[in-house]
Design a protein around this ligand. Structure first.
Ligand code: GUN
Length: 292
């Protein structure tokens, strides 16, 4: 078994981005500026947004964190989106999901200027992604593709089973992995809560992507010898051995599955750092796209 080390691969990308930013600085060009909007105090969302802001500082991007209480109105949030759309200093921005129930997530996502939508969640970007046109790719699926590519994993011809059909991960990844590219050229089965004989399907897969948020869901019995396993799960579970009282658990029973597969991503240190690296790539691209 070899570890698909997302932390190390993301660091490689960060080094490249630092170089690009330094070159821009030396030439007196604009430095990329990412803004992140966070509503509420959910621990997980706060951790992710802080990691995104920290990544900006580490690479040399500018960043702004805009926070609202849980009871912010939809109108107020839409006004902020409009302000960010029209702020020439902001190259790209994200609104961290999920949002509170009284706010329509689709309405907020649709209000974002697609040329600043570095999360790639706007219907324009998702549609362009399906047609393989230039666009912002959603960060987690793009990070997984980059992780496979930079670790020399040839997926052409593989049978791939994706567990979970979310708009953010499973659905876009099913498109990316089935297109004519390397990585890609997979025969993809996108599974979900109504899938029959899920275990049998996973057992036949050469590439397994677990993205459902159910800790330890994929067990060794479900995995074929030599399969490549990518774990997107990041659920906080109680852990008294940790000072903070919890640990991050993936969707894969890592210890037992690791013995059977050829490659596996750890949690933490697998897909998570790659998601952040992809967002940074998109932010640089947003600035270049807008010719700044
Ligand atoms: N919530 C979970 N993942 C993401 C992400 O990549 N972007 C945003 N905006 N919200 C998320």
């Amino acid at each position: 078994m070899r570890l698909l080390d997302g932390k190390a691969t993301a660091e490689e990308i960060r080094r490249e981005l630092r170089k690009a930013v330094n070159a821009r600085r030396e030439n007196g060009q604009k430095i990329p500026h990412l803004a992140a909007v966070l509503v509420g105090n959910d621990g997980g969302s706060l951790t992710y947004v802080n990691a995104k802001v920290k990544a900006c500082e580490d690479i040399g991007f500018e960043s702004s964190l805009i926070r609202y209480d849980d009871d912010v109105t939809e109108d107020e949030l839409l006004r902020k989106v409009d302000e960010l759309n029209n702020d020439p200093d902001i190259d790209g921005f994200i609104v961290q999901l999920p949002l509170p129930n009284h706010i329509d997530e689709l309405k907020v996502t649709e209000a974002i200027d697609p040329t600043k939508d570095v999360d790639g969640f706007h219907p324009t970007n998702l549609g362009r992604m399906v047609l393989n046109l230039p666009c912002f790719l959603p960060a987690t699926p793009a990070g997984i593709m980059e992780l496979l590519k930079r670790n020399g994993i040839k997926t052409s011809g593989m049978d791939c089973v994706i567990i979970g059909r979310s708009n953010i991960v499973g659905t876009p990844l099913s498109v990316m992995l089935s297109r004519s590219s390397e990585p890609g050229n997979c025969t993809v089965t996108l599974t979900h809560s109504s899938t029959k004989d899920l275990e049998e399907k996973v057992k036949k897969a050469d590439l397994i992507i677990a993205a459902i948020g159910a800790p330890g869901f994929v067990t060794a019995e479900m995995v074929k010898e030599g399969a490549v396993v990518v774990d997107v799960g990041t659920t906080r579970v109680a852990d008294e051995t940790k000072k903070r009282g919890w640990a991050l658990k993936g969707d894969v029973d890592f210890e037992n599955v690791a013995e059977k597969c050829s490659f596996i991503t750890p949690v933490p240190g697998g897909v998570g750092p790659m998601t952040i690296a992809s967002l940074m790539i998109n932010t640089l691209k947003a600035m270049e796209l807008n010719n700044k």
